[in-house]
Design a protein around this ligand. Sequence first.
Ligand SMILES: [Zn+2]
Length: 87
Amino acid sequence: MANGWAPDGAVQDQIEDSLKDAVIAARARMPKGEGLNECEECGDLIPEGRRRALPGARTCVACQSLRDRQVAHSAINRRGSKDSQLR
Ligand SMILES: [Zn+2]
């Protein structure tokens, strides 16, 4: 790398932060492993069409879109503003 003037630690911290966020977001969005017949959030039956399209699906459409919204929310409000968001 050609950034001899930048403190290595700071750059590395930034990379790890965005990597962690990306991993968390990807995990929440793309279910891994076996899917469920019933939503793990509300217990509703997951439609067969959804299970076929998304073999690892563990939630119904409503709960998944709720999760997606939460992921987008937490990605926008980064660490600095988290406390004020919760209060
Ligand atoms: Zn549900």
